[in-house]
Design a protein around this ligand. Structure first.
Ligand code: PGA
Length: 252
């Protein structure tokens, strides 16, 4: 199971430091002995995707057994390298992170990213040993990713790709959470697997918080969650991780 934090364009360097310190404190407390000890990796992957400039801060301030956490970027260039001002390539990212989000609906909407761009980015990520976290708003978008990715050359395996079903209308807005119905999210996750391949992991994203996370991760076809707004609060994010670990334990 995955829990992915997407900070979007939020937090400054000092706020990121405080977030990391708070998380460290929570982890130490949980290590001093309860059943949902966060120090045990178990089958839960925790991936934090801050803005690029904050990655070094998290690397130095998350004084955790870092193997339990991975870092991810929120985007990657669709070009391999060259004269593309402002872009950061998959090859550059690989020195800092293991994952990268591609095709988030905010990038499709505000930066005009196309299905072709998203597929290109995914394949470049895979080529440089980054795991692409492909966000789609519906089954059709996942199907189009499959077609576009199939056109790209290179050796890659579907089971190295993570999908996130993120219905645009359920992404949180300014403090308001209005998630999808968990059973509907499960149905869409299953349809994405039917369409793209049974080997892919499909997560749910959109207004997930500490209160509702259990209703999503207890669904059989939902392999974790991507959390935006609620991940900015270290305490709430810790509660989300704990819930996920408890749910995971029941299924293994
Ligand atoms: P949210 O964001 O959890 O704030 O709804 C999810 C996302 O868009 O990544």
């Amino acid at each position: 199971m995955y829990v992915i934090a997407n900070w979007k364009e939020n937090l400054t360097a000092s706020e990121a430091e405080r977030w990391a310190e708070e998380l460290n404190k929570e982890l130490r407390m949980s290590a001093s002995g309860d059943s949902s000890n966060l120090m045990n990796k178990g089958d839960t992957e925790i991936v934090v995707c801050p803005p690029l400039v904050l990655i070094p801060i998290l690397r130095s301030h998350l004084s955790l057994p870092i193997s339990h956490f991975s870092l991810g970027a929120q985007d990657v260039s669709k070009f391999e390298e060259g004269q593309y001002t402002g872009e950061v390539s998959a090859k550059m990212l690989k020195d800092f992170v293991d994952y990268v989000i591609v095709g988030h609906s905010e990038r499709r909407k505000y930066f005009n990213e196309t299905d072709e761009d998203v597929a290109k980015k995914s394949i470049l990520a895979l080529k440089h040993n980054l795991i692409p976290i492909v966000c789609v708003s519906n089954v059709e978008e996942a199907g189009r990713w499959r077609v576009e990715a199939g056109k790209e050359t290179g050796c890659w395996k579907l089971d190295d790709v993570i999908f996130v079903y993120e219905p645009v209308e359920h992404i949180s807005t300014g403090g308001e959470f209005h998630p999808d119905d968990p059973e509907h999210a499960n149905l869409v996750a299953k349809k994405i697997k039917d369409k793209v391949g049974q080997d892919v992991q499909v997560l749910y994203g959109g207004s997930v918080n500490a209160e509702n996370v259990k209703s999503f991760v207890s669904q059989p076809d939902v392999d974790g969650v991507l959390v935006g707004q609620a991940s900015l609060d270290a305490k709430e994010f810790t509660t989300i991780i704990k819930t996920l670990k408890q749910e995971n334990k029941k299924t293994i």
